[in-house]
Design a binder for this molecule. Sequence first.
Ligand SMILES: CC(C)(COP(=O)(O)OP(=O)(O)OC[C@H]1O[C@@H](n2cnc3c(N)ncnc32)[C@H](O)[C@@H]1OP(=O)(O)O)[C@@H](O)C(=O)NCCC(=O)NCCS
Length: 86
Amino acid sequence: MISSIAVDPDFRKEGAGFELLKDAIRIAKSVSSSDAIYKIELQVATSNTAALSLYKKFGFRFVREMQDYYGLGKDAMQLELRLDGE
Ligand SMILES: CC(C)(COP(=O)(O)OP(=O)(O)OC[C@H]1O[C@@H](n2cnc3c(N)ncnc32)[C@H](O)[C@@H]1OP(=O)(O)O)[C@@H](O)C(=O)NCCC(=O)NCCS
């Protein structure tokens, strides 16, 4: 389980986040031949434009909005990436 992905602020916008997520997806796909992992789910703050943009690059799709998920007025979105082609 990956509970979060983060890059040191001094090293952002240099491609590290992209590489981290690419590797995580590659590893998930490599163990999913037995259908052990068929999707990756995550929650991200609606205001987190950097992370949302990163996830969209990999094809994560919107599942639902979660009101007050991070506290009052701090909504989140649930996103998912299907590994089984659905
Ligand atoms: C989200 C995070 C991991 C991205 O890491 P990063 O190393 O800066 O990202 P990269 O340089 O690999 O950028 C990859 C893509 O992410 C998106 N992105 C990254 N920073 C962005 C910004 N400030 N604004 C908009 N999009 C951004 C872009 O789509 C970017 O692709 P591009 O360079 O072709 O435009 C980083 O901003 C971070 O650590 N944020 C704080 C922790 C966090 O919010 N984690 C996610 C929790 S759900």
